[in-house]
Ligand binder design. Structure first.
Ligand code: DGY
Length: 320
């Protein structure tokens, strides 16, 4: 009997076809609606491979309900939605989709930085509402990016790509990371800094660290209080890294100037989240890697990892 694959979202048929030729593929029939928990639990019960997305919680319950499962192929570079310990215990391989999304996500991070610093969404919103009364000397004024200092928290592949973009804007770049990056320091002049030093010195902060027990709540009340009153915080990594309640108060009380958020503690962000009431917050629905080419590339990597495992090869992007 052909091996069974369950895909938790409707993926592009041109990619899924490579799996259908050889295996028994079942796929949740919606692109935008999350697979219901009971369907996921039912489907994994006889699946050999699971293709998941970042919105799926692949926790102990799911992994324990899947006696035949050999691989969880997660269509994301992040893998905080998967219980890696249980996967390891059960001998289930977990893969992710790095590299193909590096530049795309860095572009979005930089775009969000510009949009937040220059209040683009707020300005567009007033125009559409008919509130653009006349050119105004101090209307819509924001913060300069050129020549400012950028701090990157999490200097992985995407962090480096954002930092390289910053060089094109004549920015000084400080970074904080688990390990130093001597090659990037030598090649581009990026400077390593301890977290508190970075928070005090920079004009813009871009968070690109993975969500782990160490980074959960890493930016809270104390850290926000260290930042400049004119600072702009951008988070394109994971919501849980920033304490949203502390961020709300810091923005409301003018402790920092603005924030641009592509990610939230809870996604989709509930509409009663107080952050959404603030004009100095620019928000996006987790679209860091959302270009056609990149999403197809991520699908191809996800499918290839499943093919590799089911055909007895070592997959390229193994997490555990
Ligand atoms: C990732 O790749 O981790 C993204 O956040 C999901 O699109």
């Amino acid at each position: 009997m052909a091996a069974r694959i369950f895909i938790t979202r409707k993926m592009e048929e041109q990619v899924v076809a490579s799996l259908r030729k050889k295996f028994d593929v079942r796929m949740w029939d919606s692109e935008s609606e999350k697979v219901p928990r009971e369907v996921l639990l039912r489907e994994v019960a006889d699946a050999d491979a699971l293709w998941s997305v970042t919105a799926d919680s692949i926790d102990r319950e799911v992994l324990m309900a899947a006696p035949k499962l050999k691989i969880v192929s997660n269509m994301a570079v992040g893998h905080n939605n998967i219980d890696l310990e249980v996967a390891k215990e059960r001998g289930i391989i977990v893969t992710n989709t790095p590299d193909v999304l590096t530049n795309t996500t860095a572009d979005l991070a930089f775009g969000l930085l510009i949009a937040t610093a220059r209040r683009l969404m707020e300005a567009e919103d007033t125009l559409r509402k008919g509130q653009w009364t006349s050119w105004s000397p101090m209307g819509y004024t924001g913060m300069d990016i050129g020549g400012a200092t950028l701090g990157i928290i999490g200097m992985g592949r995407i962090g480096e790509a954002v930092a390289r973009r910053a060089k094109g804007f004549d920015m000084r770049v400080l970074y904080h990371n688990r390990s130093r990056k001597p090659e990037a320091e030598a090649a581009y002049g990026f400077e390593y800094a301890e977290l508190d030093t970075l928070l005090k010195e920079v004009d813009f902060i871009v968070i690109l660290a993975p969500l782990t027990p160490e980074t959960l709540g890493m930016i809270g009340e104390r850290e926000l209080a260290l930042m400049k009153k004119t600072a702009v915080l951008i988070n394109v990594a994971r919501g849980g890294i920033v304490d949203e309640t502390a961020l709300y108060h810091a923005l409301k009380e003018g402790q920092i100037w603005a924030a641009g958020l592509d990610v939230f503690e809870k996604e989709p962000v509930p509409l009663d989240n107080p952050l959404l009431t603030l004009p100095n917050v620019t928000v996006l629905p987790h679209i860091g890697s959302a270009t056609i080419k990149t999403r197809i590339g991520m699908m191809e990597l996800s499918a290839q990892a499943i093919l590799d495992i089911l055909e007895g090869r070592e997959p390229k992007n193994r997490v555990v």
